[in-house]
Write a protein that binds this ligand. Structure first.
Ligand code: C2O
Ligand code: CU
Length: 489
């Protein structure tokens, strides 16, 4: 009798274990991404509380039809050739890099606002393929450079031409958006500066681009102090760009300074700052301005050997490093009217909640990133219609920082942790969302297309922290996946 009960219990236990295993196997099987797929075929469609747009299922416009101006002679024309190469840092260290035109960072592209820009990308020998994304520039969708969404990756021997009008002005950067977690880290990136349409830029106008090569932090590719001669009284503008996955901490010593722009948008009435550390989000930019004093000024990447030292004699006894509080764009500068604000009536309201849970991502078990509870590709696409005013809440329920980057749009920060922004209007394209923070953003849906919205810690994006903002009726002929060599992340 007793023995029979035990046998039955053992059988039931075995069945349960088997069922559990089967369920787990099913989860694993279901998580595997097909060899090629259309980014639109997965996940759910979130309409943000608005009506389902009439054109949503009709598929009226292909990404291919959303190109920049095709006719007309360009005002600025560049060719960038992606190739493998060895680069030598000033310290003597050599890096096995991927370069544009043989260097990393690639050539600094400078254009003027209003210019028709034409860039031809050639791939010499990067066998995983290359594209160029114009980070922070709200280009037409087909010029956005996302492999498998707006174009096919350019394979060795191939080329692709981008054309767009530079409608913004400020500090931007460009990088490959094919296997970006690996290729950007290895060096396929550079600065893009859009100067004002008229008038001279500051007499001294320098990019300070931070990048980590194989664990060595650099500024403009130098892992040392770079010295420059600047006459006292000269207006100076420094354009800080963080091309890394994690926040970079810049210090400015030897002068008071102002933060003139955030993510390529001017700050309204910036006040002078001192002893303030500038923490720039992965993918983010800050422009800093000051008038050159009679003694040396140093812009440094904190706790590294990389720095830019400006001094009247070009040699410069460096000023002592500063410490102090962190710059906060939410309370800096002065308010001024914006095209919309927290009181506006929004057509759609979306929530993007970043979390973690155990599960499978493309067949790999682990603690995965989630968006609104789902593991990629089980994530929502936010569907909008052209003209919509959109509110977006971003919440971080993890203990990592996530620099969230929406392609093709600039968003106005309304609040952080329910506190309204009190300084200058704060427009962002790459917003550092700290653990347990919650932001409210607003943007106008004025640039039709399929737009990535992802974490610019590119390692996180490659692990699934990515989704799309989709305009109703827009479709793509391109496909993601191994079968077609398109791997945007
Ligand atoms: Cu700078 Cu989608 O990236
Ligand atoms: Cu992240």
């Amino acid at each position: 009798m007793r023995a029979t009960v035990l046998k039955v219990l053992a059988a039931v236990g075995a069945l349960l274990a088997l069922a559990g295993l089967l369920a787990l196997g099913r989860m694993w099987w279901d998580s595997r991404l097909p060899s090629t797929y259309n980014v639109m075929d997965f996940g759910s469609h979130d309409f943000g509380g608005g009506a389902v747009p009439a054109g949503h299922h009709s598929g009226g416009v292909s990404v291919d039809g959303l190109k920049g101006p095709q006719g007309g002679a360009p005002d600025a024309r560049f060719t960038l050739t992606a190739k493998q190469g060895t680069m030598r840092l000033p310290s003597g260290r050599t890096i096995d890099a991927l370069t544009f035109d043989g260097k990393s960072p690639g050539p600094e592209l400078r254009v003027r606002r209003g210019d028709l820009v034409e860039v031809t990308l050639r791939n010499a020998d990067v066998d995983t393929g290359v594209t160029i994304h114009w980070h922070g520039v709200d280009v037409p969708n087909a010029e956005d450079g996302v492999a498998g969404v707006t174009q096919d990756a350019v394979m060795p021997g191939g080329s692709y031409t981008y054309r767009f009008r530079a409608e913004q002005q400020g500090t931007f950067w460009y990088h490959t958006h094919q296997s970006s977690a690996k290729e950007v880290r290895r060096g396929l990136l550079g600065a893009l500066v859009i100067e004002p349409s008229a008038g001279a830029a500051a007499p001294v106008d320098l990019v300070a681009l931070a990048h980590d090569y194989e664990g060595t932090p650099t500024l403009n590719g130098a892992d040392r102090v770079t010295k420059r001669r600047v006459a006292p009284g000269t207006p100076v503008r420094l354009r800080l760009v963080n091309t890394d996955n994690t926040p970079q901490r810049f210090t400015v010593a030897g002068t008071p300074f102002r933060v003139l722009a955030v993510d390529g948008t001017d700050v309204n009435e910036p006040q002078p700052l001192e002893n303030t550390r500038l923490v720039v989000a992965g993918g983010g930019r800050y422009d800093v301005g000051f008038t050159m004093p009679a003694s040396a000024v140093e812009l440094a990447l904190q706790d590294t050997n990389a720095a830019l030292a400006l001094s009247p004699d070009g040699r410069g006894d460096l000023p002592p490093p500063t410490s102090g509080s962190d710059f906060d764009p939410a309370v800096y500068g002065r308010p001024r009217p914006t095209p919309f604000d927290a009181q506006s009536r929004f057509d759609r309201t979306f929530v993007l909640k970043v979390g973690r849970k155990p599960g499978f991502y493309d067949g790999r078990p682990g603690i995965q990133w989630t968006i609104n509870g789902g593991i990629y590709p089980d994530v929502p696409s936010f569907v909008v219609e052209e003209g919509d005013l959109v509110k977006l809440s971003v919440e971080n329920d993890t203990d990592s920082v996530h620099p969230m980057h929406l392609h093709g749009h600039h968003a106005l920060v309304l609040s952080r942790d329910e506190q309204a922004v009190t300084g200058s209007p704060w427009w962002t394209d790459t917003l550092s969302v700290e653990p347990n923070e919650r932001y409210e953003l607003a943007f106008r849906a004025d640039n039709p297309g399929l737009w990535m919205d992802h974490c610019h810690n590119l390692k996180h994006a490659a692990d699934g922290l990515t989704m799309h903002v989709v305009y109703a009726g827009v479709t793509t002929p391109f496909r993601v996946g191994g079968g077609v060599h398109n791997h945007p992340e």
